[in-house]
Design a binder for this molecule. Structure first.
Ligand SMILES: NC(=O)c1ccc[n+]([C@@H]2O[C@H](COP(=O)([O-])OP(=O)(O)OC[C@H]3O[C@@H](n4cnc5c(N)ncnc54)[C@H](OP(=O)(O)O)[C@@H]3O)[C@@H](O)[C@H]2O)c1
Ligand SMILES: Nc1nc(=O)c(N)c(NC[C@H](O)[C@H](O)[C@H](O)COP(=O)(O)O)[nH]1
Length: 226
């Protein structure tokens, strides 16, 4: 599986405000780029924190890209994946509509009642991990279901855990020309943070888009992995 993390951050590295309210950091050209990246992916993954904060839809905006996918025999939208240990995804979340397949990856502790409610609401529930979702197990289950190209759209907790598990191949980071600030605002990679053997990146491309810059990195891995 090939994993691309895509995110947009302010110049001070924030994904949104301290209230976790969604901020439009990308401009129209960068959102078009994100739509193209979704169109070439088999699945788009977010954490439940993003679902609760943004209620995202994670489908393609451009109808011609849906047609192109169908013309090559793919579903019109990539599958959607929510990483959600105890099944907190609201049953009326936009991500559960029938515009695309949606996998809700839960941990073993999730009750059978909650799993059944999510399935009734349109999700395919996958179990990976005991108390918190195990990302290596989750990606292995997605791989079994034909996901070769996985796009991750955040948020900061999920991005940190994917780097910590050595599961990221590429990082596409759009840096918008604004300052959000706030010690409690989510950043590109939150979690407990690394204190040594930092994942190393190789800067492949720098592109001026809208009023910001797109940084595209290949992930070299952590020193002990190189
Ligand atoms: N600018 C951008 O590009 C962008 C992109 C996405 C999101 N955002 C913003 O970021 C914020 C949401 O980010 P977030 O960090 O709070 O949430 P998140 O990363 O989307 O989701 C984090 C949640 O995922 C669950 N999880 C399950 N297994 C996990 C694992 N192995 N590692 C880490 N998390 C795991 C945890 O909840 P459980 O323990 O309940 O499972 C955790 O609280 C929102 O404000 C949103 O607007 C911005
Ligand atoms: N590329 C990007 N630029 C931004 O300025 C921004 N705020 C996000 N945020 C990502 C987050 O995951 C959102 O929830 C989905 O981008 C919403 O996706 P929909 O439009 O509902 O499909 N992503």
């Amino acid at each position: 599986m090939h994993v691309v993390v895509n995110a947009a951050a302010s110049a001070d590295g924030k994904l949104s405000t301290r209230r976790r309210e969604q901020v439009e950091i990308s401009g129209s050209d960068d959102f078009a780029r994100v739509d193209r990246l979704r169109a070439t992916s088999d699945a788009v993954l977010v954490g439940v924190g993003t679902v609760l904060a943004d209620d995202p839809h994670l489908t393609l905006d451009d109808p011609s890209r849906r047609q192109e996918r169908e013309a090559r025999g793919d579903p019109r939208n990539p599958a959607r994946v929510v990483v959600d240990s105890s099944g907190r995804t609201p049953l009326d979340a936009r991500i559960l509509d029938d515009e695309a397949t949606t996998y809700v990856v839960v941990a073993d502790e999730t009750t059978a009642t909650r799993k059944a409610a999510l399935e009734d609401a349109g999700a395919e529930v996958l179990v990976a991990g005991d108390e918190q979702v195990s990302l290596p197990e989750a990606l292995a289950k997605l791989d079994e279901r034909g996901v070769d190209d996985l796009m991750v759209e955040g948020g900061g907790e999920i991005i940190y855990s994917l780097f910590a598990a050595g599961l990221v191949d590429e990082l596409s980071l759009y840096v918008g020309s604004l300052v959000i600030g706030g010690r409690d605002a989510p950043t590109v990679a939150d979690g407990p943070g690394f204190v040594e053997s930092f994942p190393r990146l190789s800067l492949r491309e720098v592109t001026h888009i809208d009023d910001g810059v797109l940084l595209q990195y290949d992930v070299m891995g952590r020193p002990e992995e190189q």
